[in-house]
Write a protein that binds this ligand. Structure first.
Ligand code: GAP
Length: 433
């Protein structure tokens, strides 16, 4: 019987073994909550980003942007991050374990007893999640800059630049993919919560009053994007933020959640940020950020509907959701468009005449599809190796190929095999992708 991923450790081990994800600075013992993407991980990540980018910027009403990570420190005063981007932190005086006070049960917090060892907990103290650094050679308060904790602010401060340079009219959006940094108190679950990660954010500027309508539209569009990536529908759901959960900028917020082996958790946030951000930047910068509508001759501050997906988290969902084990075989049932390799070409045996034919097929297919080849070990082992990295198709060249010029195409998920003329392979795979 086919099973899903049960233990995250199995995925962590596969990712390391096959070159998807490595611990950062591993030879020095690693650094907590930072990860490196290996040869296959980076392909998967690029495919996810490309799909997101195309889904956003192929639309006529969305423009792209790539803003700097370091921004004027006033940005973070205006955005509310200096005052409000804090988590309450408690430490155990005995075992030194650190907890987010808002994630502890009320009784545990009231008892001041460590849930791990029973030791005494400190009073909660507010901890700002932004990383600080210094700009220029002098390490003084006036030189403090922050690593951005979200990419969104780079979009807000460029709202007028993009509007004026592209002549987009409201409603329109700005999309961006980039790194964000948070000094998380409790990172963990592999790449689920890390201190350095990538976001794929889109800010959609709308006329006040039409914001909830756009909010509903974007909720549906974003859920469909995850489904179109092949993520199983029964593993996805919406979670509405209650009053206590709403971020300081939000009027309404829904998370798209995924059911991980460690429970239902946020994958992406869709937020109605009202005119909070533009209003604050207008106030703190002294620059007018209003939009003028030619049609209605009105000046107004647009409302913003935000879609904010974690790239690394989407990648984790892609891996977790694709993981299959049937007691013997492990395979990653990736959507073909996300798979790092689309096709693997093998000679049935390591014989010069088969290898020569294999190389011809390989060279031809790799012009159009990301293709790999492998001639070591038994053919069964080679299929298994490709299954484990999620390659959807295998092509095997055998002795019949030399006479009738047909090859065996093997399907990753069903293991079904069919004979296809070698000269039709290009068209065959074009139809599949
Ligand atoms: N601009 C809005 C914003 O940043 P968020 O809910 O704090 O909203 C959005 O973050 C998404 O970014 C999350 O749904 C998640 O996918 C990703 N994300 C946030 N913190 C993360 C972390 N520490 N590690 C990995 N991904 C993270």
């Amino acid at each position: 019987m086919t099973q899903d991923l049960k233990e995250m450790a199995d995925l962590v081990s596969l990712c390391k073994r096959r070159g998807f994800i490595f611990q950062s600075s591993e030879i020095y013992g690693g650094i907590n909550a930072c990860w490196d993407y290996g040869p296959l991980g980076i392909e998967l990540k690029r495919n996810i980003k490309e799909r997101w980018w195309r889904a956003m910027t192929d639309r006529e009403d969305i423009e792209g942007l790539d803003a700097a990570i370091l921004m004027h420190p006033k940005v973070w005063e205006a955005s509310g991050h200096i005052a409000g981007f804090v988590d309450p932190l408690v430490d155990c005086k005995k075992c030194k374990e650190r907890f987010r006070a808002d994630k502890l049960e009320a009784e545990v917090l009231a008892s001041k007893k460590c849930p791990k060892c029973g030791g005494e907990l400190t009073e909660p103290r507010q901890f700002n999640l932004m990383f600080k650094t210094f700009m220029g050679p002098v390490e003084e308060d006036a030189a403090i800059v922050y690593l951005r904790p979200e990419t969104a602010q780079g979009i807000y401060v460029n709202f007028l630049n993009v509007h004026q340079s592209t002549r987009q009219k409201i409603p329109f959006g700005i999309a961006q993919i980039g790194k964000a940094f948070r000094n998380e108190i409790t990172p963990g679950n592999f790449i689920f919560r890390t201190r350095e990660f990538e976001q794929m954010e889109m800010q959609f500027f709308v006329k006040p009053g039409s914001d909830m309508e756009w909010f509903e539209k974007w909720k549906e569009v974003r859920m469909k994007w995850h489904e179109d990536n092949g993520i199983r529908k029964n593993k996805l759901r919406f979670h509405e933020h209650g009053a206590g959960e709403l971020a300081h900028y939000a009027k309404a917020a829904f998370d798209i959640e995924y059911e991980f082996p460690f429970g239902w958790q946020e994958l992406e946030g869709i937020h109605n940020r009202t005119d909070f951000d533009l209003g604050r930047h207008q106030q703190f910068s002294g620059k007018k950020l209003e939009y003028f509508s030619e049609e209605s001759k009105e000046h107004y501050l647009p409302y913003i509907v935000e879609t904010s997906a974690g790239c690394d988290r989407s990648l984790l969902v892609t891996l977790v959701d694709a993981y299959r084990f049937d007691g013997e075989r492990t395979w990653l049932a990736f959507h073909p468009s996300l798979a790092p390799y689309k096709v693997a070409v093998f000679p049935l045996m390591k014989k010069p005449e088969l290898s020569e034919y294999t190389d011809k097929v390989y060279q031809s297919l790799k012009k159009r599809f990301r293709t790999t080849t492998d001639s070591t070990g038994s053919i069964g082992k080679r299929y298994r190796r490709q299954d484990e990295i999620g390659t959807p198709f295998g092509v095997t060249i055998d002795y019949d190929t030399l006479t009738n010029h047909t090859v065996t195409v093997r399907h990753r998920d069903s293991m079904a095999q069919e004979r296809v003329p070698a000269e039709n392979l290009d068209q065959y795979f074009q139809d599949k992708f």
